[in-house]
Design a protein around this ligand. Structure first.
Ligand code: SF4
Length: 331
């Protein structure tokens, strides 16, 4: 099939089937354009939960499809590609339990630990967080969730992204520490797991220096998954949705450099916008989803033999859902 034929087939299948295509901002353009629902993790979780189609075809990474399934277990969630975010892969249940033990050994008992997991984690890890009375956050609401959680007077155990945890601690004037790196973790308000995003780690402070020297009036926006040394030099820090909104608010002639995933920045190009890196910051797992795979999933629904269905066991759904719903109630 040529690309045009493929696109026409996808349109036909979307029109004929009881299906909604969900696409994250970081998907390739040719896949993204078929999204009935688009957005960042929080928007997708909320909108997909409210959708009433029988099938949700989720173009994103594994933990996102799992989150939708956990929030709406009655829905059939299929993914053209079940690709795993490298950050989410950095923490599994064993590593979570080991980290809790390290905190216990540092003199922090379980009853003084409030775990918060960034949405970029598996359903199994979210379930562990739910069991310990914790909750989920996204980059859009992390600060508000942490502010609210701190009122319980406990230590925040923030997983898996150390950068997001450290950046929020810096923003709020709180002390953070990273397990395995910092000594005296018991002194910190926010204790972070040592995970990170392989894409946002590509941005370094000298990228900002380069653009500021070249265009002294340029404004720089970065994602909070970037290292704190990068965030400290940026003019604006926000989630993907917040960056899109910020870019739209800038005057048309304002030069901007953006430090987040390439596909999203590329869509903002008409706004005098540069990618804040000499290395193309593409997320390999987000880019794994292809038009051919989107077509294959839709065709499998038409043939009544659905493929790549997201399955989460009932016990995991129960506890991960509690952690996700605590976040939804607050946001
Ligand atoms: Fe995971 Fe980073 Fe890719 Fe987002 S950009 S899906 S955090 S690897």
């Amino acid at each position: 099939m040529t690309k045009e034929e493929l696109k026409n087939e996808i349109k036909r299948l979307k029109n004929q089937l009881d299906v909604t295509v969900v696409a994250h901002f970081y998907q390739q353009d040719e896949v993204y354009e078929f999204g009935d629902i688009t957005g960042d993790s929080l928007e997708l979780a909320k909108k997909a939960k409210a959708d009433d189609s029988k099938y949700l075809v989720f173009c994103g990474v594994g933990f996102m499809g799992q989150s939708v399934k956990v929030l709406s277990p009655e829905k059939r969630v299929l993914m053209p590609k079940i690709a795993c975010c490298s950050m989410a892969k950095m923490i599994e249940v064993e590593a979570y339990e080991e980290s809790v033990k390290i905190m216990n050994d540092s003199g922090i008992p379980n009853e003084n630990i409030l775990p918060i997991t960034y949405i970029n984690s598996s359903a199994a890890v979210k379930a562990e967080v739910g069991k310990m009375g914790g909750l989920v956050c996204t980059s859009s609401n992390a600060k508000m969730i942490i502010e609210t959680a701190l009122k319980e007077g406990k230590k925040i155990f923030f997983i898996p992204d150390r950068c997001l945890g450290q950046n929020i601690a810096n923003d709020m004037g709180l002390k953070s520490a990273v397990i395995g790196i910092d000594k005296n973790i018991a002194d910190a308000d926010i204790i972070c797991y040592n995970g990170f995003c392989s894409v946002h780690q590509l941005f370094v402070p000298s990228d900002i220096d380069f653009y500021k020297e070249k265009y002294p009036d340029i404004l720089v926006a970065v994602h909070p998954e970037c290292d704190p040394s990068v965030v400290a030099k940026a003019d604006f820090t926000g989630s993907t949705s917040q960056i899109i909104k910020w870019v739209k608010e800038q005057p048309i002639n304002q030069k901007l450099a953006i430090g987040t995933e390439f596909n999203l920045v590329n869509r903002l190009r008409e706004k005098n916008t540069y990618v804040l890196s000499s290395t193309k910051p593409e997320c390999p797992t987000m880019n794994e989803t292809t038009l051919e795979e989107l077509y294959a999933v839709l065709k499998s629904i038409e043939d009544e033999k659905p493929i790549n269905e997201v399955i989460v066991d009932d016990e995991t759904v129960k506890w991960a859902r509690i952690a996700l719903e605590r976040m939804m109630e607050l946001s």
